[in-house]
Design a protein around this ligand. Sequence first.
Ligand code: NAP
Length: 484
Amino acid sequence: MVSRVIPVEPFDLVVFGGTGDLAQRKIIPGLYRRFWAGQIPADSVIIGAARSGMDDDGYRALARAAIDEFVTADKRDVAVIDAFLATLGYVAIDAKGTGGWDALKGRVRKNVVQAFYFSVAPSLFGDIAERLHAHDIAGPNSRIVVEKPFGRDLASAQALNGVLAKHFNEAQIYRIDHYLGKETVQNLMAVRFANMLFEPLWKAEYIDHVQITVAETVSVDGRGAYYDKSGAMRDMVQNHMMQLLCLIAMEPPYHFDPDAVRDEKLKVIRALDPVKPEDIVRGQYLAGDGQGGYLAHAENKDSKTESYIALKVNISNWRWKGTPFYLRTGKHLRARTSEIAITFRAPPHSIFDDADGWRENVLVIRLQPNEGMNLMVMIKEPGPGGMRLTQVPLDMSFAEALGEEGADIPDAYERLIMDVIRGNQTLFMRGDEVEAAWRWTDPIIQGWEARGDKPKGYDAGSSGPEDALMLMHRDGRRWREIRE
Ligand code: NAP
């Protein structure tokens, strides 16, 4: 299959925080890879902006080092790197100061697509938004890209939305959740709405339950003080996992149009039931293997912040009443894996005697590693041993199925930045969606804070706290194994 790369229009992109970790690990390498693929025209302009004193050549050297480190060798071509670096420039700017803004104005054009990436702490969003207008840099067609965390509760999210809304309208604001840029996540929509096979079964009548797992092997060592203010619920569930849940649970939008898709996601969030305390398990990893535990990494020996959470949530609408969604995510677990598993109900009547061999159909959508899908189906066990049943996976790895193109699936950031330039907001969160997610999350967090709940310890490298197993067992279900 030949990859189709459709070039975007020439654009100007200013990356505030252009010297930061995100810019070096994701944004610059992502832009380079799109340039290498022929999607970014050479007359585009990419400007890094941060406080550090540096000239254009200094920034190009920083970008070259980032490309060397974060782009695989097969895509590093000296001539292409040089051509890409020629599109780069740098302006020293303090988001809270006055210097540098007029210089920035002189570097960006009014007659091309103009985007401003706020790759800085959210506390600077307001300062930057205000100055972009005060210095007549941004116009009614400019776009801004903002990073997570988008608030830490409903009030702070509303405040951030308010700050941005003073200077930009909703159609100009691109709130990034990089999970939405993953190939498989978009494939969720393609699988559901471009096939007749699944959608008729996609309801409580046929689906027993849904499991969403985002497991990480990394601990919070090195960024514990930062993480401790957040925890798994705020860091993963309110945003990434909520988005995955929405894409599984939403009704078909009337069209693959940004607001049509986001309207349907919003309806799902609004239909989420409050979560009962007994349906939540929080954990903190313990010391082991010569490594400190969460409390040592968080530098707060009394911390009650969770590095793991599992919860059960019900959706009160016609489609999903009676089908629980189980969500779990954690740090320092056995394997790094993200998957959605949709477990179907048992057939109404079995004609086979082999009850032991029977297993439920499960559709597993893997986000990482090895993006793809797996449908577990029952077949006859081969051989002359009578009609015995066995379950086999119909396995579709996108990389294998798509051949060369599949091996070259763009990173989520690459795709999302190109969507910003194209002006397509489908894969970005709308302000009301973010607020609705916090409206559901806040009482859950307030509940455990009011009860003074302490997270349960779990062994580093395990599948999480024992109590999380009980969350499923008591419903007669079990978690899928966490493995790569
Ligand atoms: P970082 O490494 O600390 O970088 C922050 C950037 O902001 C630097 O370029 C810094 O450069 C600049 N900056 C700080 N104060 C400034 C000011 N007053 N005026 C202008 N520039 C200023 O942070 P990061 O990890 O790149 O994260 C950036 C944003 O993305 C944060 O909101 C973070 O939560 C979010 N995010 C990051 C990641 C990630 O993987 N890193 C993932 C998801 C979301 P100077 O010091 O030179 O000014």
